[in-house]
Design a protein around this ligand. Structure first.
Ligand code: ZN
Length: 683
């Protein structure tokens, strides 16, 4: 590991932050915290923390000794001064005289001594930083160091390697007790450059930001060298079936198995998943001893909060026997849930404070020969789970090179997973109505499609935006915060590829808004067959392409779903010259009902929105102008030509789709969004 310290960069941080009234100590603290946090081999996703002891003025102008320490909710890689809240140092240091301190009391003292009461909670490792005498303190969960400490004889290995350069601290759960132990150990080795926290991570410290940082890089570099010195032996591999199922075939099956149901079998919660693979991941998930080393526990304790103590392993998915894979995966999931529940019961029995069990679905799923899935309540948490799994693979693979991977006890993992402070961090209040659902919107590069995607995202769904216009869909997806997929819905192969992409990104599909369409015109005695057929391709067959593929995924998941079609007034109230547009849309309305009839038993609903006179690519300003003129009314009056006398917008259409997605007992239904038009009312 190379030091990235640069005197010029350090000076520029000092200059830049001075303009914001930030002192030199904090500016340098930000600088090296970002350096450390920028390397995923050292920390990821909120792991690790740093501090500096400095002076600041309180409101009366009195100069105080403070500890600026990483606040919770901040990542080291992009930390800024507000992410390093200042806590009065003296009251923290006085706590060292206590014999014990509960986590809740510790947090209370830490918050009570913030200089700015609106700051985030100081790190749970704040007292460790406060009790050590050094000015700058860095803490990471370095993969290389973990590969050495996560061994049955990790203490010996580290003692041999580091000698007196870094003192060893036995595993203790982060908090007051660990802070006291670290201080005691450091007192015994006053000249050490850092501490190795067994099965947890590494601390370094110094009089300057540069010294603490350089020492961290050196301690990590020594571990890397030690691993490189060990005889490299690749993980022995299992024999795999000749042909394996594709991730997009596996994901919906696993996603369905992950879903939670209540006692009556009603679906309670879905999960979002994301797929990862590369050579290293494949070697790990296909290792002969995967069962042994993947089920020991996590590589560093705080992973247990995000990914539970162990991942789920499913059988290798033989492409020749997908049904067999389904059965094997289902049995593996049942086993996982039973083991998780007994892990909870056993350890909760030993715990002084009784806890409420969390859900028993895995957060990481390992698929031999294929790769891994991260599982979470949304795409973000699924990605975090997958990132932590990749870190696990890195550490474990190296640990198996050095010796044999080991972790903290199941009880210690339970204490972390059910830690009251961490649980508080994760509970973000009530979820949005469409949380944990994946919505696909076609024609999402256009005005209405984009509004639909935005409306579903606003209700908590993960959205995939499909359009054949790559530029338009990329822009729309960026604006909405969804996945951009370039696909031509009239081409069933393109639709298949699009669904593969969506399923790999999110694990499956729950909602489809089949919205793509275009208006062709012509009187029936004049229209060419070619025009009519073109319109049928987009306004009917494309809907069938999308719905057919979506239903296949939904049935694999076994957790229902909803198809939503964008039809038109023309389908029920034809206007002269609009036959080429209205006819296929009328067929699509019938298609919607056909899906409702055939898949209601699978819990798959099928509904349509019948909208009229919305400004979009189909009804441009120029067209409004012509039509308004033809009727002898103003353009505004034309747009308001309905019973409510109000213009109907793309957002109104989008809201109607959301309403239908939420109407859990409605199928085969058509919701009209036209401001009121009795002539076009359904009868
Ligand atoms: Zn830590």
């Amino acid at each position: 590991m190379k030091s990235l310290w640069s005197d010029a960069d350090a000076a520029s941080y000092i200059r830049r932050y001075a303009k914001q009234g930030v002192n030199e100590d904090v500016a340098l603290r930000v600088y090296t915290t970002q350096l450390l946090g920028g390397d995923p081999r050292l920390v990821i996703h909120g792991g690790g923390n740093t501090s500096v002891k400095t002076r600041m003025n309180d409101i009366t102008g009195r100069s105080l000794k403070v500890l600026c320490v990483k606040g919770s909710g901040w990542d080291m890689g992009n930390i800024e001064p507000p992410g390093l809240p200042a806590v009065r140092l003296a009251p923290l240091q006085e706590l060292v005289s206590l014999d014990a301190l509960s986590d809740e009391d510790m947090v209370n003292v830490q918050r009570g001594n913030l200089l700015d009461s609106t700051s985030p909670n100081p790190s749970v490792e704040t007292l460790l930083h406060a009790f050590l005498p050094h000015k700058f303190i860095d803490h990471t969960h370095s993969n290389a160091v973990l590969a050495l400490t996560d061994q049955p004889d990790g203490a010996e290995i580290c003692r041999d390697l580091y000698g007196d350069r870094a003192a060893l601290v036995p595993y203790i759960m982060p908090g007051f007790a660990l802070a006291k132990k670290a201080q005691e150990v450091q007192g015994q080795y006053p000249d050490c450059e850092g501490l190795i926290l067994l099965k947890h991570g590494v601390f370094s410290f110094g009089v300057s930001a540069k010294e603490a940082y350089t020492r961290m890089i050196r301690l990590v570099g020594m571990a890397e060298k030690e691993i490189a010195k060990s005889k490299q032996k690749p993980l022995a591999q299992v024999r795999l079936p000749k042909k394996l199922m594709k991730p997009s075939e596996i994901a919906p099956v696993l996603r369905g198995l992950c879903a939670l149901h209540d006692e009556d079998g009603e679906l309670e919660k879905r999960f979002v998943m994301t797929f990862r693979t590369d050579t290293k991941i494949k070697k790990y998930v296909s290792a002969r001893e995967l069962e042994r080393f993947s089920q020991v526990g996590n590589v560093t304790p705080d992973h247990s909060i995000r990914i539970k103590p162990v991942p789920l392993i499913v059988p290798a998915p033989n492409a020749a026997d997908p049904a067999g894979f389904g059965k094997g995966a289902a049995a593996a999931m049942v086993g996982f849930r039973i083991r998780y529940r007994s892990y909870f019961e056993n350890n909760n029995g030993k715990s002084p404070v009784k806890k409420i069990r969390l859900d028993d679905s895995p957060r990481v799923i390992l698929v031999p020969g294929v790769g891994l899935f991260g599982v979470g309540s949304d795409a973000k948490s699924a990605h975090i789970a997958a990132d932590l799994a990749e870190t696990t693979i890195d550490v474990t693979t190296n640990a198996e090179v050095v010796g044999r991977f080991d972790s903290i006890s199941k009880y210690d993992q339970f204490e972390i997973e059910y830690w009251s402070l961490e649980q508080a961090k994760l509970s973000k209040g009530a979820e949005k109505p469409l949380a944990r659902q994946v919505a696909v919107v076609t024609g999402a590069g256009g005005t209405i499609g984009r509004a639909i995607a935005a409306a579903f995202k606003a209700q908590g769904a993960e959205v995939a935006l499909l359009d054949r216009d790559a530029k338009a869909v990329t822009a729309a997806a960026a604006a909405v915060g969804g996945l951009a997929v370039t696909a031509d819905v009239i081409d069933s192969k393109s639709v298949d590829a699009a669904f593969r992409q969506v399923v790999e990104a999110f694990g499956g599909v729950d909602i489809v808004v089949s919205n793509a369409g275009a208006a062709w015109q012509g009187r029936m005695d004049e229209v060419e067959d070619k025009v009519l057929r073109e319109s049928f391709e987009l306004n009917f067959f494309a809907h069938q392409n999308v719905a057919k593929r979506a239903v296949q995924v939904m049935r694999q998941q076994g957790t229902g779903g909803v198809l939503l079609f964008n039809t038109t007034k023309q389908a029920v109230n034809p206007g002269p010259g609009f036959g080429p547009y209205g006819l296929p849309k009328a067929a699509t309305m019938a298609l919607m009902r056909q899906y409702a009839v055939e898949f209601g038993g699978d819990g798959i609903r099928s509904n349509a929105v019948n909208a009229d006179r919305i400004k979009s690519g189909l009804l441009t300003d120029a067209m409004v102008k012509i039509r308004a003129k033809a009727r002898g009314v103003s353009e505004a009056a034309y747009m308001r030509g309905n019973l409510l006398n109000r213009e109907v917008t793309a957002e109104d259409v989008a809201q109607a789709f959301v309403n239908l997605a939420l109407a859990e007992k409605s199928t085969g239904a058509i919701l009209t969004v036209d401001g009121g038009n009795i002539a076009a009312a359904l009868r």
